[in-house]
Design a protein. Structure first.
Length: 623
């Protein structure tokens, strides 16, 4: 019997080797991975010789010999390499290729490892470095380590050796060495242990059941849209739109879209984020469609339209990136009051931390948005140009935002009723209904009908202003506007005190003030010309910005600030891109021309407050 056919390891030893799960190997390498494992086991147990095993498994004999030699050796984690040598490039070791303790003179394979072998002190610093090394911007701690390394080599006057003779002083090589070493020294799970691994991330804890986690992100649609802008004399002109933003919230386990918001402009803000969350808290109803031949598919809808308990369920955790609109205290305050759960902000430029919503944005782009007039596929390299996808010219087919929202609503509802590849033959809505039959706990608030309105409101502290000597009645100021009410007339004792105010951010015509959290005082109304047409915080801020510019919008003597603002935008939309974007935004808020209303629904809302003063019964009919 030849020497190569003898058993190299005992069967017990081979059985104790760790074998990486098949799911961790890329799909294109799995067949070769299984062949390597089978050949390695056969050679180590002496079932076949090395040549036969290499021929039957279609492997290189030298590579198989290297795998057999390395498998019984101990890795850096103290265990045998075992079947880890069967993964792609698993039989290749950089540490074993370094021999001797001489300083390398020039860059080359294993030059960094050779330098560390010749400098034990620096090797100790490098191997003790534990700061995370994500892709993207290099951490400051790593730069300090590299600076320390260069300083030590300079002190030893090693300028003629690697890495000091390189332009970057070996910075990139050191970073690559650290990342590769962490891959090799990563702890391996014990195949014979019954203990479950400890979760170290929130994403690992809130994953596995429906409504455990949701992801929200703003996506700039790949479209060059044009908008028809009405002029002051009744004519229309076509103007380009800076950008269209789609802000979806998606449930990660079922891939169901919970809500979405469409916005026009350079960017979206915190109010759009709260509006997206608020839409997921209220029941969805189908729209009365205007576009011909556009219809909802059978079973189409949103999760909020499903019967209880799914209809009023909400995610336990919402994951976002660090966009400036997500960091606002108004978003966090509304989330804590109306939504509840865990609000986690991720790092920028790391879509892998929010893979579901990123995949959804890509799917919607390829399946819907790029088919619109002006849709395109962006370039992936600097020397490439974007590729036109849509056959329709945006100038010949200008966008009408209320019709675009209608199209997106149908597309989203139909998406929720379409079988998803990640769910087999089930659609997101079917998956939710199937999983809801299991014995799981879903978070269902008792005041679900009020939560959507609370999500779009904020509670702030406002100081009562007034002067009895000059006759200035008590009032409060918020967002450049004075608010007063007969409820405050004569209440001079409140002047100088701070009251709590509840403000609905989508309608700033009124606000409610409270003496305490449970003791309301009354409803205050905005002073003219802000009390006529409904407007949100964004609109008021933009109006104030235009009014402060020289030769800008003037509100003196106008009856309605919003109407004057719309007329001003129409007059300047031909020459100002900013005015065109804002006109598109205001038309989205008011599909029809804003008409001042003489009465606001909040003013007729009954207030539970103690009565004050005399009560007359003269007009009451005797029983």
């Amino acid at each position: 019997m030849s020497r190569e056919k003898l058993a190299l390891c005992s069967e017990t030893e081979v059985a104790s080797w760790y074998q990486p799960p098949l799911e961790t190997v890329a799909l294109e390498h799995r067949e070769r991975y299984l062949a390597k494992c089978q050949a390695l086991r056969a050679v180590c147990l002496g079932e076949v010789n090395l040549t036969v095993a290499a021929r039957e498994s279609k492997l290189c004999r030298k590579r198989l010999r290297s795998m057999v030699d390395r498998a019984p050796k101990l890795a850096l984690d103290g265990r045998p390499f075992g079947y880890r040598v069967c993964v792609p490039w698993g039989s290749y070791s950089k540490e074993e290729a370094v021999n001797g303790g001489a300083m390398p003179i020039k860059a080359g394979p294993h030059a960094m490892a050779a330098m560390l072998a010749a400098q034990p002190q620096i090797k100790e610093w490098v191997h003790g470095f534990s700061t995370p090394l994500p892709s993207g911007q290099i951490p400051r701690k790593f730069l300090e380590l590299h600076k320390k390394l260069v300083k030590e080599l300079t002190r030893k006057d090693l300028h003629d050796f690697y890495p000091l003779n390189r332009p970057d002083k070996g910075k990139r090589a050191l970073l690559r060495y650290l990342r590769n070493r962490r891959i090799e020294t990563a702890p391996m799970p014990d195949a014979f242990s019954d203990e479950s691994p400890h979760s170290s991330r929130l994403a690992d804890i809130f994953r596995g059941e429906i409504f455990d986690r949701a992801e929200l992100d703003g996506h700039r649609i790949d479209i060059e849209a044009e908008l028809q802008v009405p002029g002051p004399n009744g004519s229309t002109v076509t103007r380009p739109v800076t950008a269209l933003w789609w802000i979806p919230e998606v449930e990660t386990e079922s891939r169901a879209i919970l809500s979405w918001v469409l916005r026009v402009g350079r960017n979206y803000n915190n109010q759009d984020v709260t509006q997206t969350m608020a839409d997921s808290l209220q029941k969805w109803t189908p729209r009365d469609l205007i576009i011909p031949e556009l219809h909802y598919a059978p079973g189409a809808g949103m999760p909020s339209a499903l019967p209880e308990p799914l209809g009023f369920s909400r995610p336990l955790m919402v994951a976002l990136d660090n966009h400036k609109g997500h960091h606002s205290w108004k978003v966090e305050d509304a989330f804590c009051r109306a939504h509840d759960g865990i609000f986690t902000l991720g790092r920028p430029h790391q879509p892998r931390s929010r893979p579901i919503v990123e995949q959804l944005n890509s799917r919607m782009e390829k399946g819907a948005f790029r088919m619109l007039p002006g849709g395109f596929e962006p370039a992936t390299r600097l020397d490439e140009d974007k590729v036109r996808i849509s056959d329709f010219s945006p100038k010949d087919h200008p966008i009408q935002l209320h019709l675009l929202e209608e199209f997106i609503d149908v597309a989203v509802a139909n998406y929720n009723a379409t079988p998803h590849p990640a769910l087999g033959d089930l659609s997101p809505l079917q998956f939710l209904q199937q999983r809801a039959r299991r014995d799981i706990c879903l978070y269902q608030p008792s005041d679900a009908s009020q939560c959507a309105a609370d999500m779009n409101s904020i509670v702030v502290a406002l100081k009562v202003v007034g002067n009895k000597k000059t006759g200035t009645l008590p009032h409060v100021n918020y967002a450049y506007v004075r608010y007063r009410s007969p409820e405050l007339d004569g209440r001079w004792e409140l002047v100088g005190k701070t009251l709590l105010a509840r403000i609905h951010r989508n309608d700033l015509r009124t606000l409610i003030v409270y003496r305490t959290a449970s003791q309301p005082i009354g409803v205050l109304r905005a002073a003219p010309p802000w009390d006529q047409t409904r407007h949100d915080e964004t609109t008021r801020t933009l109006i104030h910005q235009w009014s402060k510019q020289e030769g800008g919008l003037s509100l003196k003597g106008v009856e309605c600030a919003v109407t004057a603002y719309v007329n001003f935008l129409r007059a300047n939309a031909r020459t100002s891109q900013q005015a065109a974007d804002q006109l598109a935004y205001i038309q989205q808020q008011h599909p029809k021309s804003p008409s001042p209303s003489s009465r606001h629904s909040l003013m007729s809302t009954p207030m539970r407050a103690p009565t004050r003063g005399w009560i007359s019964m003269d007009n009451m009919r005797d029983s």
